[in-house]
Design a protein around this ligand. Structure first.
Ligand SMILES: Nc1ncnc2c1ncn2[C@@H]1O[C@H](COP(=O)(O)OP(=O)(O)OP(=O)(O)O)[C@@H](O)[C@H]1O
Length: 345
């Protein structure tokens, strides 16, 4: 649906050059919710805006729905942009227009007949839960309600893609949840492809299928949210995950592990909620002469799928430990052998 390949973007500021994007490549499938996370200045906004060419890349290719966006004429680009809605952190509503007109405006500009506009706006306001606010002005709305208007307006042209530029960053946690529920709802109802940028891992965890982590103008890691959460590779990714899912083992617990032979290992075991873990651990000790010790356990929900992380100390004869680890690998989502330092990081 969206293919960004080797995108570079350099801004000129006076006689200085700022390299905002340094060769970013991404692939977003139809119907996916794709999240891009990174600290301030990582290049997220610039990247998001290259999708509808609000930012023109310095080099690289942008293909949306099979169309090479950079080769389009101005009028073709206008048409292509109708299929790409966008919502913003600060909502960007027209303050002198009421809710109805904020949504209707784009349809009027596109010369849609009045009766069609009326039905469409009514349907959209119902969809976002604002039927009773059609005559209110933005200043009379809460942040969450303003973003609902933003979403209704973005959906007015029946886009296939919705870009979300820090859409929940100005909202409190509870309102954020309700806006994310709405995004999930429209993604499912319309098979709408959503690309969102955020600095909150909570947002990624709740609604995204895939995630790219950006740092310093580059994507440093990407994959399915479940994979990235269960086995983060980069320190920055781990730091983001830690904000909602801390798998650090207190040093005193680690120092209490008795030296128990050269074969002893610390395992990081990731399991999905649908895999029953109790029988696995029971079978492990029943079938192999190993001793296991649970150091840490945590469970979180990733878009409705439970993901558990355990740190397990396993000891015994070398052969038994190896076979036990193999058995675990076949039974759970992922098993990694970690050092004490890694377990405590
Ligand atoms: N129009 C511009 N002119 C010059 N430099 C820019 C421009 N837009 C962005 N930059 C620079 O490009 C880099 C990436 O900025 P960008 O806004 O894409 O990051 P971001 O990850 O979205 O950050 P934030 O979360 O703070 O919005 C930054 O160093 C920024 O200062």
């Amino acid at each position: 649906m969206i293919q960004l390949t080797e995108i570079h973007k350099t801004y000129k500021v006076g006689n200085k050059q700022v390299e905002a994007l340094k060769g970013v490549s991404l692939n977003v499938e139809k119907g996916q919710i794709f999240g891009v996370i990174g600290f301030s200045g990582a290049g997220k906004s610039t990247l998001l805006r290259t999708i509808n060419l609000l930012e023109k890349p310095t080099s690289g290719s942008v293909v949306v729905n099979g169309q090479d966006m950079l080769s389009l004429k101005e009028s073709e680009l206008r048409q292509a942009r109708k299929k790409i809605g966008i919502i913003f952190q600060h909502f960007n509503l027209l303050s002198s227009y009421n809710v109805y007109d904020n949504v209707a405006e784009i349809l009027r500009m596109n010369k849609v007949p009045k009766d069609v506009i009326e039905k469409k706006v009514k349907d959209l306001l119902r969809l976002v839960g604002l039927e009773d606010k059609a005559n209110s002005y933005p200043s009379q709305l809460s942040g969450g309600q303003k973003q609902r208007v933003g979403i209704a307006r973005a959906l007015a042209t029946d886009p296939e893609i919705l870009l979300c530029d820090e859409a929940t960053s100005a909202l409190d946690p509870q309102t954020t949840e309700s806006i994310l529920d709405l995004l999930l709802d429209i993604n499912r109802k319309f098979n709408l492809t959503i690309v969102l940028i955020t600095h909150e891992m909570q947002v990624i965890k709740k609604i995204c299928d895939r995630v790219a982590i950006m740092e310093n103008g580059q994507v440093i890691e990407q994959g399915s949210v479940l994979d990235v959460f269960s086995n983060p590779q980069q320190p920055t990714t781990r730091n983001f995950i830690k904000t909602i899912f801390d798998d650090e083992v207190p040093a005193e617990i680690l120092s209490n592990i008795k030296p128990s032979g050269p074969a002893a290992k610390i395992l990081r075991v990731a399991f999905r909620g649908d895999a029953a873990l109790d029988p696995v651990l029971g079978n492990l000790s029943a079938r192999f002469p190993v001793t296991t010790n649970l150091l840490y356990g945590s469970i979180t929900s990733i878009k409705g799928t439970a993901l558990g992380i355990l740190l397990l100390h396993i000891s015994g004869e070398e052969k038994a430990v190896q076979e036990g680890i193999e058995f675990l690998r076949q039974s759970v989502y992922k098993v990694d052998i970690v050092t004490r330092e890694e377990a405590a990081r």
